[in-house]
Design a binder for this molecule. Structure first.
Ligand code: DQA
Length: 143
């Protein structure tokens, strides 16, 4: 099973961001934690701050990755283009957020991208990703 994990803008700078919202791990440390928690799974990690690059990655990965876990970061609140790309991807798709977007500023309460996903997990810091991988395994029937 191959799972693609996409992280959007500013998530490569987690070490410089608000630790009370995003936790203490860098993106590289989160990726290492995911990979070591599920040694049986093949992961591909992709980070970009560019909307177009994220869209292109989703499109070329359809049919190649079995499932997609995505944190579109601020694009979650604005990007109908990423939402359209997510609708094209075949396989389980889980949107994740480190912070609880519903407990923050009003503009974060809406995710336009989550509607195109199978489900959404937020507020568990790095464990949002771990919970998403568990969910994908269950959805694919490969527990
Ligand atoms: C985030 C939440 C977004 O509102 C924010 O713009 C981010 C990170 C999260 O993981 O909590 O950059 O997606």
């Amino acid at each position: 099973m191959k799972i693609l994990i996409i992280n959007g803008p500013n998530l490569n700078a987690l070490h410089l961001r608000d630790k009370s919202q995003y936790g203490t791990l860098s993106l590289k440390e989160i990726e290492e934690k995911i990979a070591s928690s599920f040694p049986e799974i093949e992961f591909e990690f992709f980070q970009s701050s560019g909307e177009g690059e994220i869209i292109d990655k989703i499109i070329v990965s359809t049919g190649k990755a079995d499932a997609l876990i995505i944190n579109p970061a601020a694009y979650s609140h604005t990007s109908f283009a990423i939402r359209d790309a997510l609708e094209i991807f075949r396989g389980p798709k889980i949107e994740v957020h480190l912070s609880n977007i519903f407990g923050r500023e009003d503009f974060r309460h809406t995710s336009v991208t989550a509607a195109a996903c199978t489900g959404m997990i937020c507020g568990l810091k790095e464990f949002s990703y771990i919970a998403a991988v568990y969910s994908v395994k269950k959805l694919i029937g490969n527990e």
